[in-house]
Design a protein around this ligand. Sequence first.
Ligand SMILES: NC(=O)c1ccc[n+]([C@@H]2O[C@H](COP(=O)([O-])OP(=O)(O)OC[C@H]3O[C@@H](n4cnc5c(N)ncnc54)[C@H](O)[C@@H]3O)[C@@H](O)[C@H]2O)c1
Length: 410
Amino acid sequence: MGRIRSLSAKAHPHSELVEIVDTIAEHARSLAAEAGCQAGNDWQKMIEREDVDAVVVATPHKHLAPITTAALKAGKHVFCEKPMGRNLEEAEVVLATLREQARTPNSAEGPKVQIGYTLRHHPAIQRAWQMVQTGDIGTPFFIRGRYGHGARPNYDKEWRTNPEESGGGEFLDQGVHLVDLSRCFFGHFSEVMGLAECFHWARESSMVEDNAFLLMRTPDRRIASLHASWTQWKNLFSFEIFGEKGAAIVQGLGGSYGTEKLLFVRRLNVGAPEVEEVVYPSGGLAHLDEVWAVEWGSGMQLSTQGLSATALKAGDHSRIIDTVEGMPAAKAGIGPGMKVIAVNGKRMSKHTFRDALQVTKSSNVPLELLIENTDYYTTYKLDYHEGEKYPHLVRDESKPDVLSEIIKAK
Ligand SMILES: NC(=O)c1ccc[n+]([C@@H]2O[C@H](COP(=O)([O-])OP(=O)(O)OC[C@H]3O[C@@H](n4cnc5c(N)ncnc54)[C@H](O)[C@@H]3O)[C@@H](O)[C@H]2O)c1
């Protein structure tokens, strides 16, 4: 992944690659030669460099959290590969460091972390997400996700099957992508049950799972059924969301996972459903290169926009703490003390806010914020205009109070 991330950074107009660090000198040297930057073997020195603004951490899982935490403390933005650490405790340390940084006087410009959940950036996933948001498949019922490959000879000798290095097997490898996507689509899951088994890739001294099966349920009884496998001998990616009116089915990811496709299944009252197929045809590796580039671009946006894309910061109970002067939220008249009540027709929570932002950033669907002030509610619409660095938050004159249809007026 280090190679992929380096080449994305090199190719992006707003990033410049400074140094590649690897404990194996030859890895750093050959990649640095390809990417046209310096090579090093000491990440501690690298994160102290003044000409470094952001660090990519793409190591075995054991080192993800320690390097990310140290880089954050040195004031650098971090693009950290999934799964962020070997376990919850390690991930919590990263989050605690982020919270500490957010309390510093300069928190608006404080470092940000992005985790390499690449699947979010695939076009068929993005399209499926929009379809769910716009109600095309009706009330969503369940997700069925499958992701797997067959590994390669001697996989049982690689760091991925060494629990000390990896923290776990296929669940932490590919399973986390399925969990992340499920959370993007359905939000918070309150019940989780699972089974993990090692069918084939056992090493002599220890064992991690090569197959993981997971069932998760949200408080409003939507279910995700997920399976990640290192014994899926032919590579597979399938992510299906079924709802009352139909289904959005994503198949393939390009490359060895097959052409990426989205099937929109529309349930009819009588007879077989209609199926509309969208193929993302660039196919092969070029397709994946595009996805990596989009993902890198999204990280660049995150780290240059201070208080998130809306340029507002909300605290307890979604009360606005701060807006950035001259930026869209402040310009539109949103200010400290006001409260965000709803986002895109859903009650405000960090999940609905994050999810709505993601749609807005990747499409033309605007972000609608219902804001409560002392004695009135007002709807603001956040829109992105092509070619501009920041979104414009403007009062939506045409639909002044659209969200109050679902939330009682004060
Ligand atoms: N986003 C995705 O879709 C995706 C895909 C594959 C892998 N990953 C993630 O990327 C990370 C790396 O996986 P990979 O497949 O590239 O592994 P890899 O084994 O191919 O590469 C890891 C590199 O890190 C180097 N390294 C080890 N310890 C180091 C240290 N302390 N400091 C500096 N360098 C060190 C190794 O020498 C090696 O060159 C993992 O977290 C993995 O889960 C993400």
